[in-house]
Design a binder for this molecule. Structure first.
Ligand code: B12
Length: 366
């Protein structure tokens, strides 16, 4: 059924940029109005499970505003259709009723009637009507998500590494990494098949409530220490093949992938400038103008950051200094929601570290 919903989404008319901009500019006010509309309902407790969940509902409204901004800028309706069941499932797991969703979507429409011009609201309404009309079918898809999707491909050390990072055992975690590196001097294998699956396991245990937020943060911080220490102890080769700039886009706090890619590239002779998490678009552009990399790589995890990637690509293409810079992007959004790839056919989307290093080499030799 999800396939049908995704292909039906293609019938929606493209959103004019002006309407997307208007939604983006007013999204804070829209969120406030939707929060107030929901707070005024007598049946709020039935909709969100318990009154303690109001904070989480507000969170959802903020995320909704950011995600719809992405969807409207990119006319990314296939992405919208593939993300909705995950949103339904996540909030149902937190105790929300599925009935909450059409109520909230109608509140968004009411808010837009007040905050947007008639023309802009008329351009965006078909997207909301499309979601509301298909609510029952999205419930059906959400109910059939099993949650046993395979985790990232792993090797024999992944579970040991997982245990070490949740126990806050930095020495053991580092030893696993160093032993693997000593074997073949290929950090990409350790990162791809040990560290990444361990972090995905942290994520799913966190989502299932088996790890607390604090435990997830501790495990992440141990993993970050391992990556930094391995990089420090095993820097580049000295032979420079070119310059690379790696960053996680504006708003994106997940930067472990970017740091792992950076280290692997450095070991292949790239002079890497890794800017880390949450880089404003213009900082990325200015830094690229300054260092003039051969290529840039961007990391994205949350679907609601995808339109920033589009903006960066368009700015690079139109910039006389940056138009020759090749671009690659990766991150779990492209694995969890493969539909996202379709909006970026003009760059390389890569989720495997060795493949990213290989692509960089091909660009260098071209
Ligand atoms: C650690 C973590 C965090 C940390 C991040 C810290 C940090 N410095 O990175 C913190 C606590 C900040 C965080 C916050 C949030 N998180 Co979080 N987080 C995770 C977790 C557990 C691990 C992420 C990670 O490090 N993975 C390991 C890396 C190595 O994997 P990766 O990023 O996929 O990278 C690989 C490839 O994708 C690729 N790649 C990555 N980048 C690049 C770049 C290039 C150029 C290339 C070529 C390749 C490439 O190479 C890597 C190796 O294969 C995941 C679980 C998961 N399944 O990933 C959740 C997860 C990603 N988080 C999630 C959520 C919901 C959130 C929050 C919204 C939570 C909240 N309510 O606040 C916020 C959003 C923050 C934001 N604005 O970005 C969800 C996302 C669901 C979704 N996609 O819609 C996940 C999946 C957890 C879950 N199961 O629900 N998170």
């Amino acid at each position: 059924m999800i396939r049908e919903l995704i292909s039906e989404s293609e019938l929606l008319p493209a959103i004019p940029t002006e309407a997307a901009k208007a939604f983006d500019a007013r999204k804070g006010l829209l969120v406030e109005r939707v929060n107030q509309a929901l707070a005024a309902r007598n049946d709020l407790e039935r909709l969100i499970g318990k009154m303690d969940a109001v904070e989480m509902m507000h969170d959802n409204h903020r995320n909704h505003a950011m995600f719809l901004t992405t969807v409207l800028y990119l006319s990314a309706f296939r992405l919208l259709a593939s993300v909705i069941p995950w949103v339904y499932l996540t909030y149902r797991n937190y105790g929300f009723s599925f009935d909450y969703f059409p109520v909230a979507l109608n509140a968004w429409k009411a808010a837009m009637k007040i905050e947007l011009s008639e023309l802009d609201a008329a351009a965006v309404f078909p997207v909301y009507d499309w979601m509301i009309e298909r609510h029952d079918r999205f419930v059906c898809v959400a109910e059939n998500i099993t949650g046993d999707e395979p985790l990232a491909e792993s090797n024999e050390n992944a579970h040991k590494f997982y245990q070490a990072i949740v126990r806050k055992d930095i020495n053991e975690a580092l030893k696993i990494g160093e032993n693997e590196l000593a074997r073949d001097f290929r950090p990409d294998r350790f990162y791809q098949y040990t560290l990444k699956p361990a972090m995905y396991q942290v994520g799913s245990h966190w989502q299932q409530g088996k790890l607390s937020v604090a435990e997830e943060h501790i495990a992440t911080s141990v993993a970050q220490t391992v990556v930094s220490t391995l990089h420090l102890r095993n820097p580049g080769t000295g032979r420079v093949v070119g310059k690379a700039m790696i960053a996680a886009v504006a708003g994106e706090l997940h930067d472990l992938g970017a740091r792992m890619i950076s280290h692997s590239l450095a070991l292949s002779g790239w002079e890497v400038t890794c800017l880390g998490a949450n880089l404003p678009i213009m900082t990325i552009v200015e830094t690229a103008r300054k260092i003039r990399p051969n290529f840039a790589g961007f990391s994205l995890t949350m679907p609601y950051h995808l339109h920033y990637l589009r903006k960066i690509i368009d700015i690079f293409k139109a910039d006389p200094v940056l138009c020759g810079v090749s671009i690659m992007a990766g991150g779990s959004v492209f694995c969890l929601f493969p539909e996202a790839r379709g909006y970026f056919t003009d760059i390389a989307i890569i989720n495997d570290i060795a493949a990213a290093v290989q692509k960089a080499g091909e660009w260098q030799n071209a």
